[in-house]
Ligand binder design. Structure first.
Ligand SMILES: CC(C)(COP(=O)(O)OP(=O)(O)OC[C@H]1O[C@@H](n2cnc3c(N)ncnc32)[C@H](O)[C@@H]1OP(=O)(O)O)[C@@H](O)C(=O)NCCC(=O)NCCS
Length: 188
């Protein structure tokens, strides 16, 4: 069995701490329950509603990638925890890893509404990016975000990512329309 990874990120001034840890199936099922929220469709650009036992399908969906340099590969998926003894409040993922070019895409979501806008998303993003650079030796981490998702764009900018391109009408939404996407990137 794989070693369980637990990563910690603290914001010293406020003492807010977040942990990233690999998840057992019951924890993914908990996230699936939290993700049954129609307002997420317009933020994520895909429909995160799955049946409780569709853990593989859920993992596959959060690991979908979009950038030209991304490749089909084993994603690195973490639960975002406030308390490692409790259920996760969200997820953080490195996906589409291209180990020839040393690139990947990142995705983060705080699915438990009680824990949104409290700094946990930014800490989780910071930690998974650091993990990608330090442990996986990535050189570039990309992020694709709907242009309308200002919270996520702010969070990603605050973590040091720069806008590489705004790609108009490029993101197929579940209702069949095409949305504008921001391609953001951080290079070590
Ligand atoms: C996007 C998301 C991960 C951010 O995590 P969070 O814990 O809620 O956000 P944080 O408290 O860490 O704030 C991160 C930054 O986002 C911005 N932000 C947070 N809440 C915001 C709000 N309600 N409105 C506008 N900007 C906001 C701020 O710039 C903040 O930076 P700050 O440190 O200057 O305050 C989370 O809101 C989420 O999961 N949303 C739904 C799913 C989603 O959009 N995922 C990203 C898909 S690309």
């Amino acid at each position: 069995m794989d070693r369980k990874i637990i990563l910690k990120q603290e914001h010293r001034p406020t003492k807010i701490t977040v942990f990233l840890a690999s998840m057992e199936d019951s924890h993914i099922r908990h996230l699936i329950k939290l993700a049954r929220d129609p307002s997420l469709v317009d933020l994520l650009g895909w429909n995160p509603s799955f049946e409780p036992d569709e853990t593989e399908e859920f993992t596959e969906a959060i690991s979908a990638f979009a950038l030209p340099y991304s490749r089909k590969s084993q994603p690195v998926v973490f639960g975002v925890y406030i308390d490692t003894e409790d259920f996760p409040v969200g997820y953080a993922v490195l996906k589409g890893l291209n180990m020839d070019l040393l690139t990947a895409e990142v995705g983060v979501a705080i699915l438990d509404l009680e824990y949104r806008s409290k700094g946990f998303g930014r800490l989780a993003l910071k930690r998974i990016v650091q993990y990608g650079f330090d442990e996986l030796h990535l050189k570039t981490i990309g992020a694709t975000i709907l242009l309308s998702n200002k919270t996520s764009i702010n969070m990603t900018k605050r973590t040091g990512f720069a806008v590489r391109e705004i790609v108009r009408d490029s993101w197929p939404m579940p209702d069949g329309s095409m949305a504008d996407m921001v391609w953001m990137e951080l290079t070590r």
